[in-house]
Design a protein around this ligand. Structure first.
Ligand code: HPA
Length: 259
């Protein structure tokens, strides 16, 4: 079953044909929101609001482990994350959609592994390609079908937040190779890999990153809300057309990497 983790601007999925809701509990605590079960186009789906339904949980306080565990326990076989980002790469504009292919992680102090309890054997996951190639392709195909432009690939930098970055920090991220910047991409992607669940992200450019183009003199939060609500309509249209890559369920790790 497809799971959608919705970020800022997507705390509910209005085109999900809701069948039921469930409060989940996990050994890691409670997930950010109730799980909503339903149907999205061709797929059965579960929806979870990353920041809570009232958008009250900041990126560094999200219980990523509980979220991922709850989704797996409730039948998620593929996870699509929807997250807003700042655009660093020249040419990216508010409203653009990107399916990133790589990650730089600048977060700290977040519970970022299921393999850190006392007595747990040391476990290193392969994370060379952090996003699942086949699920990325499903997203690109869905975008194409919906007639919505989506950029194939991007290097996502995960920052700690909740504050936005300084202009100098964005310059450093760019020197590191980052093309977009957000606050919630990690440890979510790594935890999905630990659970061997194919995971990919739809990033939605909400603003030019600090010090860039329209954000030379600061980031306009008023504009950010409008851009997000418009772009989320595109995300919804895309998600309604997604078809999961069936035959390769949960085989990512067993095969030791991408096909
Ligand atoms: N930086 C970090 N996270 C973000 C941004 C940004 O500019 N925009 C939306 N999420």
């Amino acid at each position: 079953m497809l799971a959608i983790i919705g970020g800022s601007g997507l705390s509910q999925l209005s085109n999900l044909d809701v069948a039921s809701r469930r409060i989940a509990r996990t050994p890691y605590g409670e997930p950010s929101s109730v799980l909503t079960f339903g149907r999205l186009g061709k797929e059965e789906a579960i929806f979870l609001a990353r920041h809570g339904h009232q958008h009250t949980m900041p990126p560094h306080r999200v219980n990523y482990r509980a979220n991922l565990w709850a989704l797996r326990e409730n039948g998620a076989t593929h996870i699509v994350s929807v997250a807003s980002v700042g655009g660093i790469l020249a040419g990216l504009n508010p409203g653009d959609l990107i399916i990133p292919h790589q990650i730089l992680d600048y977060t700290w102090g977040r519970a970022s592994s299921f393999f850190e309890e006392e007595g747990t054997p040391v476990t290193h996951i392969d994370f060379t390609e952090p996003y699942d190639a086949r699920l990325r392709q499903s997203l690109l195909d869905a975008a194409k079908m919906a007639g919505i432009p989506a950029r194939d690939g991007g290097v996502y930098a995960a920052t700690q937040g909740p504050r936005l970055e300084t202009a100098a920090e964005i310059n450093r991220l760019e020197r590191d190779g980052a093309e977009i910047v957000g606050m919630t991409g990690m440890p979510e992607a790594a935890l999905a890999r630990e659970l061997e669940i194919p995971y990919a992200m739809i990033s939605l450019v909400a603003n030019h990153a600090a010090g860039r183009n329209g954000s030379h003199h600061g980031i306009d939060f008023g504009q950010l809300e409008t851009v997000l609500s418009e772009a989320m309509e595109k995300v919804r249209a895309m998600l309604a057309r997604i078809a999961l890559p069936r035959e390769e369920r949960n085989t990512h790790q067993a095969k030791g990497g991408e096909p």
